[in-house]
Design a protein. Sequence first.
Length: 249
Amino acid sequence: MKIDICTLFPEMCETVLETSIIGRGRKAGKLDIACHHLRKYTIDKHNNVDDTPYGPGKGMLLQADPLYRCYEAVCEIRQRRPHVIYMSPQGKTLTQKRALELSKMEHLYIICGHYEGVDQRLIDEIVDEEISIGDYVLTGGELGALVLVDAIGRLCEGVLAHESCFSEESHFNGLLEYPQYTKPALWHGREVPEILMNGNHAKIERWRREASLKNTYEKRPELLKTAPLTEKDKWYLRTLGWEEEQDIK
Ligand SMILES: C[S@@+](CC[C@H](N)C(=O)[O-])C[C@H]1O[C@@H](n2cnc3c(N)ncnc32)[C@H](O)[C@@H]1O
Protein backbone atom coordinates (compact mmCIF):
# COMPACT_ATOMS: atom_id res chain seq x y z
CA MET A 1 0.00 0.00 0.00
CA LYS A 2 1.36 3.40 -1.01
CA ILE A 3 0.22 6.52 0.81
CA ASP A 4 1.34 10.06 0.01
CA ILE A 5 0.44 12.89 2.36
CA CYS A 6 0.52 16.50 1.25
CA THR A 7 1.02 18.74 4.29
CA LEU A 8 2.47 21.98 5.62
CA PHE A 9 3.79 20.02 8.63
CA PRO A 10 5.57 16.87 7.39
CA GLU A 11 7.64 16.62 10.57
CA MET A 12 4.46 16.41 12.63
CA CYS A 13 3.26 13.50 10.51
CA GLU A 14 6.63 11.72 10.32
CA THR A 15 7.00 11.60 14.10
CA VAL A 16 3.77 9.66 14.44
CA LEU A 17 4.21 7.53 11.34
CA GLU A 18 7.56 6.13 12.40
CA THR A 19 6.11 4.91 15.71
CA SER A 20 4.53 1.61 16.78
CA ILE A 21 2.66 -0.64 14.33
CA ILE A 22 2.61 1.80 11.41
CA GLY A 23 6.34 2.43 11.86
CA ARG A 24 6.99 -1.32 11.90
CA GLY A 25 4.77 -1.80 8.83
CA ARG A 26 6.87 0.78 7.01
CA LYS A 27 10.17 -0.82 8.05
CA ALA A 28 8.87 -4.22 6.95
CA GLY A 29 8.04 -2.76 3.52
CA LYS A 30 4.29 -3.37 3.90
CA LEU A 31 3.47 0.35 3.98
CA ASP A 32 5.17 2.80 1.67
CA ILE A 33 4.28 6.20 3.16
CA ALA A 34 5.75 9.55 2.13
CA CYS A 35 5.03 13.04 3.47
CA HIS A 36 5.38 15.93 1.02
CA HIS A 37 6.02 19.46 2.18
CA LEU A 38 3.55 21.72 0.38
CA ARG A 39 5.96 24.69 0.46
CA LYS A 40 8.35 22.83 -1.83
CA TYR A 41 5.75 23.11 -4.56
CA THR A 42 5.54 26.90 -4.62
CA ILE A 43 7.15 28.94 -7.37
CA ASP A 44 7.20 32.43 -5.82
CA LYS A 45 10.28 33.59 -3.90
CA HIS A 46 8.47 33.72 -0.53
CA ASN A 47 7.13 30.17 -0.87
CA ASN A 48 3.57 31.33 -0.24
CA VAL A 49 0.94 28.64 -0.10
CA ASP A 50 -2.05 30.72 0.99
CA ASP A 51 -3.99 33.88 0.18
CA THR A 52 -7.11 35.71 1.33
CA PRO A 53 -10.48 34.29 0.19
CA TYR A 54 -12.58 36.21 -2.32
CA GLY A 55 -15.55 38.00 -0.75
CA PRO A 56 -15.87 39.38 2.77
CA GLY A 57 -14.49 37.42 5.68
CA LYS A 58 -11.31 36.74 7.58
CA GLY A 59 -8.63 34.10 7.35
CA MET A 60 -6.49 32.56 4.67
CA LEU A 61 -7.03 29.76 2.20
CA LEU A 62 -4.56 27.28 0.70
CA GLN A 63 -4.13 28.09 -2.96
CA ALA A 64 -4.95 25.52 -5.60
CA ASP A 65 -1.69 25.74 -7.52
CA PRO A 66 0.91 24.49 -4.98
CA LEU A 67 -1.50 21.70 -3.98
CA TYR A 68 -1.92 20.74 -7.62
CA ARG A 69 1.82 20.83 -8.30
CA CYS A 70 2.46 18.53 -5.34
CA TYR A 71 -0.18 16.13 -6.65
CA GLU A 72 1.33 16.14 -10.13
CA ALA A 73 4.80 15.47 -8.72
CA VAL A 74 3.49 12.48 -6.77
CA CYS A 75 1.74 11.11 -9.88
CA GLU A 76 5.05 11.46 -11.70
CA ILE A 77 7.12 9.79 -8.95
CA ARG A 78 4.68 6.92 -8.48
CA GLN A 79 3.83 6.66 -12.18
CA ARG A 80 0.13 6.38 -11.36
CA ARG A 81 -2.94 8.38 -10.46
CA PRO A 82 -3.80 7.80 -6.79
CA HIS A 83 -7.19 7.81 -5.09
CA VAL A 84 -7.31 11.36 -3.74
CA ILE A 85 -8.71 12.14 -0.28
CA TYR A 86 -9.15 15.61 1.19
CA MET A 87 -9.36 15.65 5.00
CA SER A 88 -12.33 17.89 5.75
CA PRO A 89 -14.95 18.46 8.44
CA GLN A 90 -17.40 18.48 5.52
CA GLY A 91 -16.53 14.93 4.45
CA LYS A 92 -18.21 11.64 5.28
CA THR A 93 -17.28 10.53 8.77
CA LEU A 94 -14.61 7.82 8.77
CA THR A 95 -15.85 4.34 9.66
CA GLN A 96 -14.13 0.98 10.08
CA LYS A 97 -15.96 -0.19 6.94
CA ARG A 98 -14.52 2.64 4.84
CA ALA A 99 -11.07 2.13 6.37
CA LEU A 100 -11.21 -1.54 5.32
CA GLU A 101 -12.28 -0.62 1.77
CA LEU A 102 -9.48 1.95 1.51
CA SER A 103 -6.93 -0.57 2.84
CA LYS A 104 -7.54 -2.63 -0.32
CA MET A 105 -6.56 0.25 -2.61
CA GLU A 106 -3.04 0.39 -3.99
CA HIS A 107 -2.31 4.07 -3.69
CA LEU A 108 -3.85 6.89 -1.65
CA TYR A 109 -3.03 10.57 -1.78
CA ILE A 110 -4.16 12.55 1.27
CA ILE A 111 -4.44 16.34 1.31
CA CYS A 112 -4.22 18.13 4.67
CA GLY A 113 -5.94 21.51 4.61
CA HIS A 114 -5.05 24.42 6.87
CA TYR A 115 -6.30 27.90 7.77
CA GLU A 116 -9.83 28.23 6.31
CA GLY A 117 -9.28 25.19 4.09
CA VAL A 118 -8.42 24.94 0.38
CA ASP A 119 -9.59 26.61 -2.82
CA GLN A 120 -12.73 24.75 -3.95
CA ARG A 121 -11.42 24.47 -7.52
CA LEU A 122 -8.62 22.15 -6.34
CA ILE A 123 -11.23 19.90 -4.72
CA ASP A 124 -13.31 19.93 -7.89
CA GLU A 125 -10.25 19.18 -10.02
CA ILE A 126 -8.61 16.23 -8.23
CA VAL A 127 -10.39 15.09 -5.07
CA ASP A 128 -12.23 11.73 -5.15
CA GLU A 129 -13.62 11.89 -1.64
CA GLU A 130 -13.65 14.08 1.45
CA ILE A 131 -13.21 12.36 4.79
CA SER A 132 -13.95 13.78 8.22
CA ILE A 133 -12.83 12.26 11.51
CA GLY A 134 -15.79 13.72 13.38
CA ASP A 135 -18.21 16.60 13.65
CA TYR A 136 -15.81 19.19 15.02
CA VAL A 137 -13.25 21.49 13.41
CA LEU A 138 -9.51 20.97 13.73
CA THR A 139 -6.80 23.51 12.93
CA GLY A 140 -5.39 21.40 10.12
CA GLY A 141 -5.83 18.10 8.32
CA GLU A 142 -2.71 16.45 9.78
CA LEU A 143 -4.32 14.86 12.83
CA GLY A 144 -7.16 13.58 10.67
CA ALA A 145 -4.73 12.20 8.08
CA LEU A 146 -2.79 10.42 10.83
CA VAL A 147 -5.99 8.90 12.21
CA LEU A 148 -6.92 7.79 8.70
CA VAL A 149 -3.48 6.30 7.94
CA ASP A 150 -3.41 4.48 11.28
CA ALA A 151 -6.91 3.06 10.79
CA ILE A 152 -6.09 1.93 7.23
CA GLY A 153 -2.47 0.89 7.76
CA ARG A 154 -3.18 -1.69 10.46
CA LEU A 155 -5.71 -3.37 8.14
CA CYS A 156 -3.19 -3.79 5.31
CA GLU A 157 -1.96 -7.30 4.70
CA GLY A 158 1.06 -8.26 6.79
CA VAL A 159 1.01 -5.23 9.07
CA LEU A 160 -0.60 -7.00 12.03
CA ALA A 161 0.40 -10.58 12.81
CA HIS A 162 -3.01 -12.13 12.00
CA GLU A 163 -6.28 -10.97 10.48
CA SER A 164 -7.96 -11.94 13.77
CA CYS A 165 -6.02 -9.06 15.39
CA PHE A 166 -8.51 -6.71 13.77
CA SER A 167 -11.41 -8.92 12.68
CA GLU A 168 -12.38 -9.56 16.29
CA GLU A 169 -12.12 -5.93 17.32
CA SER A 170 -14.87 -3.37 17.83
CA HIS A 171 -16.72 -2.21 14.71
CA PHE A 172 -15.32 -4.91 12.41
CA ASN A 173 -18.49 -7.02 12.59
CA GLY A 174 -20.79 -4.17 13.55
CA LEU A 175 -20.50 -4.79 17.31
CA LEU A 176 -18.21 -3.60 20.10
CA GLU A 177 -15.62 -6.04 21.39
CA TYR A 178 -16.07 -8.09 24.55
CA PRO A 179 -14.14 -7.07 27.73
CA GLN A 180 -10.63 -8.49 28.04
CA TYR A 181 -8.48 -9.35 31.04
CA THR A 182 -4.81 -10.09 31.70
CA LYS A 183 -2.78 -11.29 34.68
CA PRO A 184 -3.08 -11.25 37.66
CA ALA A 185 -6.32 -13.23 38.00
CA LEU A 186 -7.25 -11.20 41.08
CA TRP A 187 -6.65 -7.42 41.17
CA HIS A 188 -8.03 -4.98 43.75
CA GLY A 189 -10.51 -7.67 44.77
CA ARG A 190 -11.77 -7.99 41.18
CA GLU A 191 -11.67 -11.45 39.59
CA VAL A 192 -11.27 -12.46 35.97
CA PRO A 193 -14.50 -14.24 34.86
CA GLU A 194 -14.06 -17.92 35.72
CA ILE A 195 -15.14 -19.08 32.27
CA LEU A 196 -12.09 -17.44 30.62
CA MET A 197 -9.74 -19.56 32.70
CA ASN A 198 -11.35 -22.98 32.28
CA GLY A 199 -10.06 -23.63 28.76
CA ASN A 200 -13.43 -24.60 27.20
CA HIS A 201 -13.13 -22.83 23.86
CA ALA A 202 -16.76 -23.25 22.79
CA LYS A 203 -18.01 -21.81 26.08
CA ILE A 204 -15.48 -18.94 25.89
CA GLU A 205 -16.63 -18.13 22.35
CA ARG A 206 -20.28 -17.96 23.48
CA TRP A 207 -19.34 -15.87 26.53
CA ARG A 208 -17.43 -13.45 24.29
CA ARG A 209 -20.29 -13.17 21.83
CA GLU A 210 -22.77 -12.40 24.60
CA ALA A 211 -20.36 -9.99 26.31
CA SER A 212 -19.89 -8.25 22.97
CA LEU A 213 -23.66 -7.98 22.47
CA LYS A 214 -24.11 -6.67 26.03
CA ASN A 215 -21.31 -4.12 25.59
CA THR A 216 -22.88 -2.89 22.37
CA TYR A 217 -26.37 -2.75 23.86
CA GLU A 218 -25.18 -0.78 26.86
CA LYS A 219 -22.72 1.59 25.14
CA ARG A 220 -23.87 1.99 21.52
CA PRO A 221 -27.38 0.48 21.16
CA GLU A 222 -27.89 2.17 17.78
CA LEU A 223 -25.21 -0.14 16.30
CA LEU A 224 -27.56 -3.09 16.84
CA LYS A 225 -29.84 -1.71 14.12
CA THR A 226 -27.33 -2.65 11.42
CA ALA A 227 -25.22 -5.39 13.08
CA PRO A 228 -25.65 -8.88 11.60
CA LEU A 229 -27.48 -10.68 14.43
CA THR A 230 -28.44 -14.35 14.63
CA GLU A 231 -31.69 -15.50 16.22
CA LYS A 232 -29.62 -16.66 19.21
CA ASP A 233 -28.09 -13.17 19.51
CA LYS A 234 -31.55 -11.57 19.41
CA TRP A 235 -32.84 -13.96 22.03
CA TYR A 236 -29.92 -13.04 24.31
CA LEU A 237 -30.39 -9.31 23.68
CA ARG A 238 -34.08 -9.58 24.59
CA THR A 239 -33.04 -10.98 27.99
CA LEU A 240 -31.22 -7.67 28.48
CA GLY A 241 -34.32 -5.63 27.63
CA TRP A 242 -33.56 -4.94 23.96
CA GLU A 243 -36.60 -4.54 21.77
CA GLU A 244 -35.94 -5.00 18.09
CA GLU A 245 -38.98 -3.08 16.84
CA GLN A 246 -38.26 -0.18 19.15
CA ASP A 247 -34.62 -0.02 18.06
CA ILE A 248 -35.48 -0.07 14.37
CA LYS A 249 -37.52 3.17 14.61
C1 LIG B 1 -9.99 25.16 10.29
S1 LIG B 1 -10.28 23.83 9.21
C2 LIG B 1 -11.24 24.56 7.94
C3 LIG B 1 -12.69 24.39 8.14
C4 LIG B 1 -13.54 24.98 7.01
N1 LIG B 1 -13.42 26.41 6.96
C5 LIG B 1 -14.99 24.60 7.20
O1 LIG B 1 -15.69 25.32 7.93
O2 LIG B 1 -15.43 23.57 6.67
C6 LIG B 1 -8.70 23.60 8.46
C7 LIG B 1 -8.42 22.22 7.92
O3 LIG B 1 -8.44 21.27 8.97
C8 LIG B 1 -8.85 20.01 8.48
N2 LIG B 1 -9.96 19.55 9.32
C9 LIG B 1 -10.65 20.30 10.21
N3 LIG B 1 -11.58 19.58 10.83
C10 LIG B 1 -11.50 18.34 10.33
C11 LIG B 1 -12.22 17.14 10.57
N4 LIG B 1 -13.22 17.08 11.44
N5 LIG B 1 -11.86 16.04 9.88
C12 LIG B 1 -10.86 16.07 8.98
N6 LIG B 1 -10.14 17.19 8.71
C13 LIG B 1 -10.46 18.31 9.37
C14 LIG B 1 -9.22 20.20 7.01
O4 LIG B 1 -8.17 19.72 6.21
C15 LIG B 1 -9.39 21.69 6.89
O5 LIG B 1 -9.07 22.16 5.61
